[in-house]
Design a protein around this ligand. Sequence first.
Ligand SMILES: *[C@@H]1O[C@H](CO)[C@@H](O)[C@H](O)[C@H]1NC(C)=O
Ligand SMILES: *[C@@H]1O[C@H](CO)[C@@H](O)[C@H](O)[C@H]1NC(C)=O
Ligand SMILES: *[C@@H]1O[C@H](CO)[C@@H](O)[C@H](O)[C@H]1NC(C)=O
Length: 415
Amino acid sequence: MLQKTVLLLALVVQVLMLENGLLRTPPMGWLAWERFRCNIDCDQDPKNCISERLFMEMADRLAQDGWRDLGYVYLNIDDCWIGERDAKGRLLPDPKRFPHGIAFLADYAHSLGLKLGIYEDMGKMTCMGYPGTTLDKVELDAETFAEWKVDMLKLDGCFSTAKERAEGYPKMAAALNATGRPIAFSCSWPAYEGGLPPKVNYTLIANICNLWRNYDDIQDSWKSVLSILDWFVKHQDILQPVAGPGHWNDPDMLLIGNFGLSFEESRSQMALWTVLAAPLFMSTDLRTISPQNIDILQNPLIIKINQDPLGIQGRRIFKSKSQIEVFKRHLSNEASALVFFSRRTDMPYHFHSSLLELNFPRSRVYEGQNVFTGDVISGLKSETNFTVVINPSGVVMWYLYPIKHLGLSTQMSQL
Ligand SMILES: *[C@@H]1O[C@H](CO)[C@@H](O)[C@H](O)[C@H]1NC(C)=O
Ligand SMILES: *[C@@H]1O[C@H](CO)[C@@H](O)[C@H](O)[C@H]1NC(C)=O
Ligand SMILES: *[C@@H]1O[C@H](CO)[C@@H](O)[C@H](O)[C@H]1NC(C)=O
């Protein structure tokens, strides 16, 4: 019992040290895992294997094809980059696949105005079996990443006990801070403890991590998107309040541009992840992505909504028997984003509602924009009955802000 108290006190002291000022809005960028996994066969598949070539080619695309300028600045390595530890215990990348080393890759990313993220695992091995960060290696690995000028660390949780994770994640947060280099910290910790209290203390997590995976890995299918969405909605009363500037829930990568989602489903993932204030990590081949998928990912208004400075996560506010759901996210300047989402599988559905029914205040007039079509919305009163037509597995997304209060008759006449 005494030992427990001492451990808790130690955690509290560390917690006070860890506010790093990073990721005031959800991070945006590219992460290798979902699309490129642990493909290490550079002989058979040199273009797509986990190697410095892949990351440099993605860096070029991020910089040259408009991504970076829209905010997609993180170029993030996932598992399968490690070769071994050297005689002093320091991590080394696989020499064949990363011949110039990680510092070189970080320099390359920085020269293009990007940031480099790296991956390790709190445990004996990474999930794919490469050397992990055991408790005695936490400081050394943090120092190594800082020396390489890495900007983000995703710390996975395979091959460790709950006790090791409870010690290791706060320890890594403190070790990263002690390097003096701002390194955003992405924790997979909650996902390994079931993602919910009492096993997960989100107050503690939010104090030490900039983002965290709560739930299962995403796979390249609509079924996987729905299972993640269902879990986030089911537990939104717990999850929604813990997100905010500097600390985000992470429902995992965007599948857009890959093989599992239709056009409507791709828009839906983008819209739903945006109302959830989720990190926007693409994991697709930016060398071959289609113009249609680029349009979804580069939609400036949806990015503006995702990056809203208040950083308030949205919620599902309405669910109808007709399998239509409405999500709402509060934004700065009294604006809000609405997502009308159809789980139907028959045909476009005509959904009737009014802002009043969706708990907007009475007697206001709104204007805004349909996020995907660009159609302007003007003179929409709280009381106005409207109809949106939502495609199967699709969304209609609105950006709305109030323009005037109906009480002011002089302004009314301008409508
Ligand atoms: C370390 O923590 C202190 C106190 O919270 C903070 O002011 C500082 O910016 C942090 N440094 C880094 C590099 O994260
Ligand atoms: C959760 O962590 C916070 C911050 O460390 C702490 O103040 C609080 O007591 C913890 N809550 C529970 C239920 O353990
Ligand atoms: C809007 O529809 C509701 C029923 O859904 C009806 O009671 C109300 O009168 C309608 N309002 C207007 C302004 O048409």
